[in-house]
Design a binder for this molecule. Structure first.
Ligand SMILES: Nc1ncnc2c1ncn2[C@@H]1O[C@H](COP(=O)(O)OP(=O)(O)OP(=O)(O)O)[C@@H](O)[C@H]1O
Ligand SMILES: [Mg+2]
Length: 237
């Protein structure tokens, strides 16, 4: 059996007296696009933050490419190849698009910016604009482009489509598809846009009560109105 690239085993984590993740098990394999779904507040963001070392584990362990991440600082996890685009678009509004991208280069040469511009032509058009002047969709593109410039081995995306109009969501998803085809980087994508994300992902997990309550292929879940209704309170039309 192919070994999981990212493996969460019995993860327990929370805030203060609250336990949010309660023995969570999750696996992401090489090349796989996994949608992580669940109602508001079930702990999807907390899973990604735990992987990045931004929330401490109370029990369990997280392995990335076979290595236990216990006690490892967030920047070291990033250096190992974990790319994270948080739910709050973490761009620098007072810097230009290009300066924001340079911040993602780490030790790579400036020419590497062309990779980002090839994938996101809109960012090339707006390279001299301030980050704060970008539309929501463009800011999201900038966050993802910057994460990709760090050459991650795995990309964690937290609700990249949030707050975007349908046409912009389609445009962004098209870019994600192109990115996946060109790079093959595995992606964990958290989304509330269920129908759209299930069209992009290959596998899907649903969280509830601090654990994974449902697991299927993306196509399988998309066709499973009973599961969609039960776990997500919706059915895809
Ligand atoms: N910094 C924090 N301090 C205290 N409680 C928190 C903190 N961050 C999140 N929580 C709580 O932990 C629970 C899980 O939050 P989390 O952000 O992981 O959920 P989520 O599934 O990402 O939700 P959403 O879909 O709304 O983004 C929620 O009840 C939330 O209120
Ligand atoms: Mg969240």
């Amino acid at each position: 059996m192919e070994r999981a690239m990212l493996q969460l085993e019995g993860v327990v984590a929370g805030y203060g007296p609250t336990t949010v993740l309660d023995g969570l098990q999750l696996q992401v394999r090489a090349g796989e696009r996994l949608a992580m779904l669940g109602r508001n507040g079930v702990g999807k963001t907390t899973v990604l933050r735990a992987v990045m070392g931004l929330v401490p584990l109370r029990a369990g362990r997280i392995l990335f490419e076979g290595q236990d991440l216990a006690g490892m600082a967030p920047h070291r996890r990033a250096a190992l190849g974990l790319g994270y685009v948080p739910q709050t678009r973490d761009i620098f509004p007072s810097l230009t698009v290009e300066e924001n991208l340079v911040a993602g280069l780490k030790r790579r040469p400036l020419q590497a910016l062309d990779e980002a511009y090839a994938l996101f032509p809109r960012l090339a058009e707006r390279r001299r604009n301030g980050g704060g002047q970008l539309s929501g969709g463009e800011q999201q593109m900038l966050s993802v482009a910057r994460a990709l410039l760090g050459q991650p081995n795995l990309l964690l995306l937290d609700e990249p489509l949030e707050g975007l109009a349908p046409l912009i969501r389609q445009e962004l998803l098209a870019v994600f598809r192109r990115m996946s085809e060109q790079t093959g980087i595995p992606v964990v994508i958290v989304e509330q846009q269920i129908d759209e994300v299930l069209g992009y992902a290959q596998q899907a997990v649903v969280l509830d009560h601090g654990t994974v309550v449902h697991q299927d292929t993306a196509a399988g879940l998309r066709a499973d109105n009973e599961a969609l209704d039960r776990w997500l309170g919706m059915a895809v039309q």
